[in-house]
Design a protein. Sequence first.
Length: 167
Amino acid sequence: MIVLPIYADQYFDGIKSYGWFLSSMALGAFLGAWIISKKSRIVNRMLKYYLFMLNVGFFVLLLSFIDIFYFALLFMFFIGFSITSFVILWDSTVQEAVEEKYLGRVTSLQMFGGLLFLPMGYFAFGLIIDYINVQVALIISAIFIILSALAGVFVQKSYDNNSTFAD
């Protein structure tokens, strides 16, 4: 998240706060990975994937309005928890759904797509930060995440309904 170090600098104690934010995210990520690893089977995996993504958007949105350090740490914890949880759910779904002989190619294409759009996001949000402010960049980021997650929830719900109907 390109906004995070600037947010830490403008709202709190700069690099020290940024380090605390990353530590809080890491702790949340660890807990998310640990909890998911304890599950032998996850029902409605893709719906949960999108709900974790929705959580990320929600907590980024809350972060944009908070200037209380301990609340920001708590939100960063939940962002780390949710990001790791949805990444694990996505990666395990891909590994199960894609034939082994195509798995490397599919994984490479996913990574390529992510890396392709990363500089564009940095550029766009860098401009927003420079010409508007950090809070607006966080709000826009949160809105994109929330809308993407909601689209996924509704598509997933539609898919679940169609597959149930077809059975």
